[in-house]
Design a protein around this ligand. Structure first.
Ligand code: COA
Length: 370
């Protein structure tokens, strides 16, 4: 780039086109589409494993491919002894996302394909990551609670996640709800964690390094961490009558309200109607309909006060709470699903790679003598 050319600059890369991708499209008009399929239609219709396959391969799996994929995921579910040992060696008070990031990094040591970058090796690593992030998240949680890991290998990832926490076979309705949540979280174009993963992948670093990068980026409350913070907020508000005053007080202090706003969606998050439906269903089922009322009231007040709409995380937080998932695991759970999107992006990036290396505008001192 010539020194005299003035590059286009957009703080936060707002609106910047930073690459091409055939994996996912998102906009206010068509909502969110995975490989062309609308998420509103597919979220509750197909299992997460099919969605993960679709993201990784570009088409829905055939019956044979479904069986093979399930077999491969099962085969990777158990954690190597050394990995369990690492989880047990971590401080019990470690935050769940720190534990997951550490564990994801360590998993590279147990993958025979680490260091290989070809398409097939990347696909094999994707399967192991998809299967094992759920295992390390739930095993790590149980270990931090002074319990032994409980790893189910045969069932779906949603079922394995729930079993992994309680050690008991989960009820079918809980598995179905979590499966839909996994589908909603699986992929979202060039969001911060996915973009971070692509930057790392573009140096031809290993897929594990890219996923560890992504987990780090996901943790923050402006991204994936919002679903844990949203639950803290909802508990603090407690009932719909308190929502308006609570929000106004925070907005007066220019605080960010977790679970609201989005870089891409300006007319509402296309995943919200499905998640709102889950909150209604689960709230009624377990006799706690008030959380939907609190969210709806927050939605009303935020639109009136700021013209902002809820994103997926606002409605996900109470659904996860009603599924009895500890809120510390909300963001790790997000990672267990989004890893499907991350891996698909790493593969796409490395299949047709050019290093991602933007420029900055220098705002420091003018050239000077020592
Ligand atoms: N609460 C209060 N104000 C908010 C807000 C929120 N959640 N989200 C955006 N705003 C405000 C901004 O401060 C800004 O106000 P200003 O013009 O007075 O400075 C205005 O709305 C426009 O913000 P915008 O440019 O659209 O935000 P962004 O694209 O830079 O950031 C998010 C997008 C998602 C990071 C931001 O909306 C946010 O922090 N949300 C809360 C965290 C969250 O829920 N994250 C999960 C995202 S899926």
């Amino acid at each position: 780039m010539s020194e005299t050319t003035k590059p286009a600059y957009s703080p936060g890369l707002d609106g910047v086109i930073a690459g091409e991708s055939a994996i996912c499209a998102v906009d206010d008009v068509h909502g969110l589409r995975y490989r062309g399929y609308g998420i509103e239609e597919m979220a509750a219709k197909v299992p997460f494993e099919d969605v993960a396959w679709l993201l990784l391969h570009g088409e829905m799996p055939t019956e044979t491919q479904k069986k093979e994929f399930a077999k491969d995921l099962s085969a990777s579910a158990e954690l190597p002894e050394g990995m369990t040992g690492i989880l047990k060696s971590l401080p019990k008070k470690m935050r769940a996302m720190d534990q997951l990031r550490t564990a994801a990094s360590a998993l590279a040591a147990f993958d025979p394909d680490t260091g290989k970058f070809d398409h097939e090796a990347n696909l094999r690593k994707s399967v192991r990551l998809l299967s094992r992030l759920t295992s390390v998240t739930t095993a790590g949680w149980r270990i931090s609670q002074g319990k032994e890991p409980a790893i189910e290998t045969k069932e779906s990832l949603a079922s394995r996640f729930l079993f992994g926490l309680t050690g008991k076979k989960p009820e079918a309705w809980r598995v179905r709800v979590l499966d839909t949540i996994f589908n909603l979280y699986a992929e979202h174009e060039f969001n911060a964690s996915t973009f971070a993963a692509r930057v790392t992948a573009s140096t031809l670093a290993d897929m594990y390094s890219a996923v560890v990068t992504a987990i780090g980026a996901l943790e923050g409350p402006l991204h994936g961490g919002a679903n844990e913070q949203a639950m803290t907020m909802l508990r603090d508000i407690g009932k719909p009558e308190k929502a308006e005053a609570w929000v106004k007080e925070r907005l007066a202090k220019r605080d960010k309200i977790m679970g609201f706003g989005h870089r891409v969606y300006k007319k509402g998050d296309s995943r919200v109607p499905v998640m709102r439906g889950l909150l209604k269903e689960v709230g009624e089922r377990v006799g706690q309909p008030k959380w939907l009322e609190v969210c709806l009231e927050l939605d009303r007040v935020m639109e009136k006060e700021k013209g902002l709409f809820a994103n997926l995380d606002l409605y996900a937080a109470p659904v996860l709470m009603l599924l009895e998932i500890p809120s510390e695991l909300n963001t790790p759970l997000f990672a267990c699903s989004r890893v499907a999107g991350w891996c698909a992006h790493v593969i796409e990036q490395q299949d047709k790679n050019r290093i991602i290396r933007p420029r900055s505008i220098y705002t420091g001192k003018a050239p000077r003598e020592m």
